[in-house]
Design a protein around this ligand. Structure first.
Ligand SMILES: Cc1ncc(C[n+]2csc(CCOP(=O)(O)OP(=O)(O)O)c2C)c(N)n1
Ligand code: SF4
Ligand SMILES: [Mg+2]
Length: 342
C-alpha cells in the first residue's frame, strides 16, 4: 500500500513551457539590500513568481530575512512573515494548520493558498532540521519547505555550516600556515536525507538558480502535488564564496556541469534526473573537472593540486560508486556484500 495520502485541493500550477510563457508579474521586487549577484535573492524572486499571488511565505532568520526586510521596507509583494532561525518546519505546518482552521470556521473563504517556508543552510540543514523533518511527516497538510543553500552562515559573517564544501575558507575555517584545510567534512546530503527518511514527503527536488525555468517548475510541481514537499537550491554567494558577482550564473552552471550539484526530482518515490545531470548519467555529457568550479572562487584559493585531486576523487566516487549517483550514498559494493540482498 502506498504511504502517500490524498490532501486537500491545491492550486493547479502547470509547468511554464519555456521562458516566454513566464509571467511578467513580480512578487519579490526591489527594496532589499542583498549583495550584488546574490543568487539567494534571485531564488526568492523565482520562488515568488512561480508560486503566484495566492501564497503565504514564512522565512527563517538569515540573509533572506535580514538583508531582505530592512526596517520599514520589503521586497515582498505577497504576505511574508519572519520566523525564528530553526523554525521553517514548524512555521510551515502552523501556517497550513491555521489556514485550515480559519477556513473551517468561515473566517477565511475556502480556497487553496500556497504555504511556503524558506530557510538557509544554517537554519535548515543544521538548526531547524528536526522541525523540517517533523513537518515532512504530516502527510495531510499542503506545505513546501525550501532550503536556499549559500553554503555558510552568511548573514553572521560566513561561518561553516554542514553544507559548506570540503576545504572552503570561512571565518571558522581560515587556512593557516600549519594547517591548510581547516574544514575537512563533506557536504551534508540534505535532499537525499529528506527522500530516504520521509516516505510521506510527496516531492523533493534539487534546483539551481542558473537553471531558472526548471527551478520555477519544481516549485510549481511541489505546490500542485501538495502534501509536505521540499526543495533544496544551491545559491552562489559572491561575498561568502569570494567571486566577481558577474560570475554568479556561470558558477551555478559549473556546480552542475562538474557533477558536484546533481539536479533531480523525486515525486512520490519516483526519481527523475534532469538537465545536464541526466546527460551526465546517460553518458551524453562528460563532467567538467571540479577545478573549473573551485578555482573561480576565493574560498578555495589555498587549494593545492593534492586538495583538488581529493575533491575530484570524492565527486568521482559519488558518480561511480553510489547506489544512485548524487542521490543515495549507499555503496554498490555494500549492496553486493549484504547477505539480506541475496
Ligand atoms: C537561535 C538563533 N541563533 C543564532 C542566531 C544568529 N543568526 C542570525 S542569522 C544567522 C545565520 C543563518 O545562516 P543560514 O541559515 O545559512 O542563512 P544565511 O545567513 O546564510 O542566509 C545566525 C547564526 C539567531 N538569529 N537565532
Ligand atoms: S552574503 Fe551572500 S547570501 Fe547574503 S546577501 Fe550577500 S550574496 Fe546574498
Ligand atoms: Mg547560509
Amino acid at each position: 500500500m502506498s504511504t502517500y495520502v490524498e490532501t486537500e485541493p491545491t492550486q493547479n500550477l502547470e509547468a511554464f513551457k519555456g521562458v516566454k510563457k513566464v509571467p511578467y508579474e513580480e512578487y519579490f521586487t526591489s527594496g532589499h539590500r542583498t549583495c550584488e549577484g546574490c543568487e539567494s535573492a534571485q531564488f526568492m524572486r523565482l520562488l515568488a513568481k512561480a508560486a503566484g499571488p495566492r501564497t503565504i511565505v514564512t522565512g527563517a532568520t538569515g540573509c533572506m530575512y535580514v538583508a531582505n526586510t530592512s526596517y520599514y521596507s520589503t521586497p515582498w509583494g505577497i504576505p511574508w512573515m519572519h520566523t525564528q532561525l530553526g523554525a521553517a518546519g514548524s512555521s510551515a505546518l502552523g501556517t497550513a494548520a491555521a489556514l485550515r482552521a480559519l477556513m473551517r470556521k468561515g473566517v477565511f473563504k475556502k480556497e487553496p493558498i500556497n504555504v511556503i517556508a524558506f530557510c538557509g543552510d544554517g537554519g535548515g540543514a543544521d538548526m531547524g532540521l528536526a522541525a523540517i523533518s517533523a513537518a515532512l511527516t504530516q502527510a495531510d497538510y499542503n506545505l513546501l519547505i525550501v532550503l536556499y543553500d549559500n553554503e555558510s552562515y552568511a548573514n553572521t559573517g560566513i561561518q561553516v555550516s554542514s553544507t559548506s564544501p570540503f576545504g572552503a575558507n570561512s571565518t571558522f575555517s581560515t587556512p593557516g600556515k600549519l594547517k591548510r584545510i581547516m574544514h575537512n567534512r563533506w557536504k551534508k546530503n540534505v535532499a537525499g536525507l529528506m527522500i530516504a527518511g520521509h516516505p510521506t514527503c510527496n516531492y523533493v527536488a534539487t534546483v539551481s538558480t542558473s537553471y531558472a525555468l526548471q527551478a520555477m517548475n519544481a516549485v510549481r510541481r511541489a505546490l500542485t502535488i501538495g502534501g509536505p514537499t521540499f526543495i533544496h537550491c544551491l545559491n552562489p554567494c559572491p561575498k561568502g564564496w569570494d567571486f566577481d558577482p558577474a560570475a554568479a550564473l556561470e558558477l551555478g552552471n559549473l556546480a552542475v556541469n562538474t557533477g558536484i550539484w546533481p539536479l533531480y526530482e523525486v515525486e512520490k518515490g519516483e526519481l527523475k534526473l534532469y538537465g545536464k545531470t541526466r546527460e551526465i548519467a546517460e553518458g551524453r555529457f562528460k563532467r567538467l573537472p571540479v577545478a573549473d568550479y573551485l578555482l573561480k572562487q576565493g574560498r578555495f584559493a589555498h587549494f593545492t593540486e593534492e586538495d583538488l585531486a581529493y575533491f575530484q576523487s570524492q565527486v568521482d566516487d559519488m558518480w561511480n560508486n553510489w547506489l544512485v549517483p548524487g542521490v543515495i550514498p549507499l555503496r554498490k559494493k555494500a549492496e553486493a556484500a549484504n547477505p539480506a540482498a541475496k
